[in-house]
Design a protein around this ligand. Sequence first.
Ligand code: PHE
Length: 488
Amino acid sequence: MDNNKRGSWATNFGFIMSAVGSAVGLGNIWGFPYKMGKSGGFSFLLIYILISATVGLVMMVSELAIGRKTEKNPIGAYRALSKPFSFLGWMAVIAPFLILSFYTVLGAYCLEYMVVNLSHIVSGGAALASGAETFTEMLISPVSSLIYTLVFIVFCYIINRGGVSGGIEKFNKIGMPALFVMLLIIVARSLTLPNAIEGLKYMFIPGYAVDAGFVEKAPNLITVLATAGGQVFFSLSLAMGIMITYGSYLKKDESLVKNSILISVCDTIVALLAGLAVLPAAIATGLSQGVAPSEIQLGGPKLLYITLQDVFNSMGVIGPIFGAIFYLLVVIAAITSTISLLEVVSAYFIDSRIERGRDPKRTKVISWVCVAVAAEAAVVAIDGLGSNGLWVPFQKTFGTIGSFNDCWLDFIDTFAEGFLMPLGAIIMSLLIAWIIKPKTILEEISPDGKKSFFSVFYTICIRVIVPVIMILVLLGQIDSFFALGIFN
Ligand code: PHE
């Protein structure tokens, strides 16, 4: 356990697996496939790849470079780059802390679903409750939600306590390849169901989602850009201090550009595979049960906790086996993202101790961070997406505005993902483009400082493309959280 020093990665493979582990999460499974189908299929994919290859790549390289250059957590890193901008560091530590409040609960729900499916295997698949029943039952049981949430947090605590190479890297090196294999098993099952082709059409053929009645109307181009941009950001775990923190553990001789490309490519491949795993199964099962296309829930929590459980229920005796494998893979995806969020917050306290000439005391810091996360997560877990009324007093005060104040989860999510993330990205690009100048980052990327294709590409992206796309994302987020209806 590297308890007495700042951590570092043991191998580049371990770093890549950890960064991919952070990137691959619920966003890949319940966000990407659904948004892709709804927003234009293959043409959405092209736009997504284009934004990944420009905005995503540039932001990821920048964050890794900032981390590696300063060898600090986000707050220390921005302070070292430009004192007046240290608030950006605070944004990049507060946002992950807030996200942890619900990400841990969503991970815990998956854990609960895994257990439900495992118990069905044991009981021979008898007396299966429908997805909707299982979900409601879970939400209105605050005690068991709380227990699962605590178990989930303890699990992540044990991993992070092991250190950067001894805990995070070790878990990701095994967890991510395992996740990949499990995903392939589910894809194989999903694609061989009768009617699976409908899912492929929904996912890939532009306009099919509307023509076949899955969605009412196609979004316009601006909305598609905002959706794709937001998804790239969330999916690559950008503007959350994560790549800064993970970059700060990276050796000087690793190529940041190559690593970043690899991370984005892996993340997109997993998102596509997740689509192949969930959409054909969800659509095939829904249609064969006579559900109208517009009624099949293909995204968000309902996809994961209602539609897919019904899919496994409909598979007979082998259903719970596939269910258990599937929810286990989602649990791993949630854990590897959660530990990256935890590491950002912990790194701040560890670095502060080192700066003051004290022992880092990693174990102690992580214990306290986990206690704080458990406290905020308890509110979200007990609230049960609003089922248990913890949010009611606030709703009475504010009234209902879009999804922003449906429940505790949405309220915190609006703040973190809706504002802090895009705003952080916009300010960061302005800081690099005009205050510290692209040169500062480019020097870290290639120390010989020669002008190259990449340096020109980087400068154009950070000055123009990143701010434009991120402003769209910010407006898109505000629009969707507050249901303003500016974009459609
Ligand atoms: N990238 C993760 C996902 O796709 C979510 C995440 C966002 C994790 C930000 C950490 C930080 O679900």
